[in-house]
Ligand binder design. Structure first.
Ligand code: HAM
Length: 423
């Protein structure tokens, strides 16, 4: 084992797995573009206040999972545990015209107990829209995610949805929930017996049987959201349904961050293990911009875990590549004059993917590399070809290599390769 390894809970992504990443992010970028979003890149760390105020200092992520550090100027920063708070901080700082539609692909850092599908550095693709509370925006954001999942081949996924109401109606509900929890404290799970009061909504989200039993006998959020929030939610559900995207109502879906208001949603993959089956999630956060010092501005977005999306493709047995990263041509040069350099340059300038060997390897060794590269064609140039001003083209996918080769003049190589590729 080498002396240094990637830190616990993190992983390196190298080829060929990284092709899947490229394909996935590229497909997401394409969908974001179709839906009118532009890329936002913001710092990987922020003043800790952005997250404490944004996601809530009593959220599990802020309390237990953030990577916090003090820099040499004595400023306290945190690595971003998620994408939304930073994007909204950027919105408040730059005050762009609304609706502002931004997408991102970013690492996120959470000190979690690592396991399959749960990492200390994971990666998300996501979007945020600021400046509209129209339910049509909720529908558009959820549709983007759904169409993207379809495009990467996912079939066994479900959309769970809920409304968290706004400050006032949720506030009244939380009081009722508190009263219910107070009279049932002894029956909650060990952790929530201690901390239920700090953030009672978290108990609804708890996956442990004692908490599920207590909360299922208590008041449920959808029964208490006000008429306005209910009407908003009904429009979201109707809009999605009209597009053939059928949400499942889940009154327990309160999500882990304090910024959520009204619509909340999660996408789950039935092919993944229950504890890590959320492949994406999001919702409205109509107070977040204000929390971060901006004007009152509605917002909504979602984030989706790249690792989990790829695990889901694997679990569903989807083998089609997300992007074509195959090699077109491998140049084998056994002359002493490094003719490969100009040949590669010419073919690459015409848009082909071209590989070659270095270090004056033998013909046999270069041939092995060519086979390993998966290239469709090998171009051979040795002393004989050099003398005749020719190049040998060999089709590496043909069973009989000797049969599947032809010679062309050096000047017509590119045309000949294109003719063969398009044949
Ligand atoms: P989140 O549900 O915490 O929401 O994360 C979004 C997605 O990131 C999850 O559904 C999951 O696929 C993936 N994910 C989260 N934690 C991990 C982990 N430790 N390891 C692997 N994958 C993980 C947010 O982060 C919100 N910012 C989403 C949002 C955007 N809400 C509004 N706008």
């Amino acid at each position: 084992m080498s002396e240094f390894q990637a830190p616990i809970g993190t992983h390196d992504v190298i080829g060929p797995q990284s092709y899947e990443w490229e394909g996935l992010i590229g497909t997401f970028a394409e969908f974001a573009h179709r839906f009118g979003f532009s890329l936002v890149i913001s710092p990987m760390f922020e003043d800790i206040g952005v997250f404490n105020r944004g996601i809530g200092e009593n959220s599990d992520v802020a309390k237990k999972e953030m990577y916090v550090f003090t820099d040499r100027g004595e400023r306290t920063y945190a690595l971003r545990p998620e994408g939304t708070a930073s994007v909204v901080r950027a919105f408040v700082q730059h005050n762009p015209t609304t609706p502002w539609k931004a997408w991102y692909a970013t690492p996120a850092f959470r000190y979690e107990r690592p396991q399959a599908g749960r990492y200390r550095q994971h990666h998300q693709v996501g979007v945020e829209v600021l400046g509209s509370d129209d339910p049509a925006v909720d529908v558009e954001v959820i549709t983007l995610a759904w169409r993207f999942y379809e495009a990467i081949g996912l079939k066994r996924i479900r959309l769970l949805i809920n409304s968290m109401g706004h400050d006032e109606c949720r506030g009244a509900y939380v009081e009722l929930l508190k009263a219910h929890l107070k009279s049932n404290v002894a029956s909650l799970c060990d952790e929530h017996q201690k901390v239920w009061e700090l953030n009672p909504l978290r108990v609804l989200d708890c996956k442990k049987t004692p908490c599920i039993e207590v909360t299922s006998k208590g008041p449920m959020l959808p029964d208490y959201v006000c008429a306005d929030c209910s009407a908003h939610f009904a429009k979201v559900v109707a809009g999605l349904t009209s597009l053939g995207i059928t949400p499942e109502l889940n009154p327990r879906l309160v999500r882990g961050f304090d910024y959520y208001t009204r619509t909340t949603f999660e996408f789950v993959a039935d092919s993944l293990d229950g504890a890590q089956n959320a492949i994406g999630g999001g919702g409205r956060y109509d107070k977040l911009a204000e929390e971060l010092g901006g004007k009152p501005t509605s917002g909504i977005g979602f984030g989706s875990g790249i690792e989990r999306l790829l695990l889901t493709r694997e679990a569903e047995g989807i083998s089609s590549a997300l992007v074509d990263r195959s090699v077109d041509v491998f140049v084998i040069d056994t002359t002493e004059d490094d003719l490969a350099t100009s040949l590669c340059d010419e073919l690459r300038r015409h848009g082909l993917s071209v590989e070659r060997a270095f270090d004056g390897r033998s013909m046999k060794s270069q041939m092995k590399l060519a086979d390993k590269s998966g290239a469709r064609f090998a171009l051979l140039i040795g002393p004989q070809e050099q003398a005749a001003g020719q190049v040998t083209i060999r089709d590496l996918r043909s069973a009989d290599h000797e049969q599947a080769q032809s010679q062309v003049s050096r000047d017509s190589v590119t045309t000949a390769i294109f003719n063969l590729i398009t044949k």
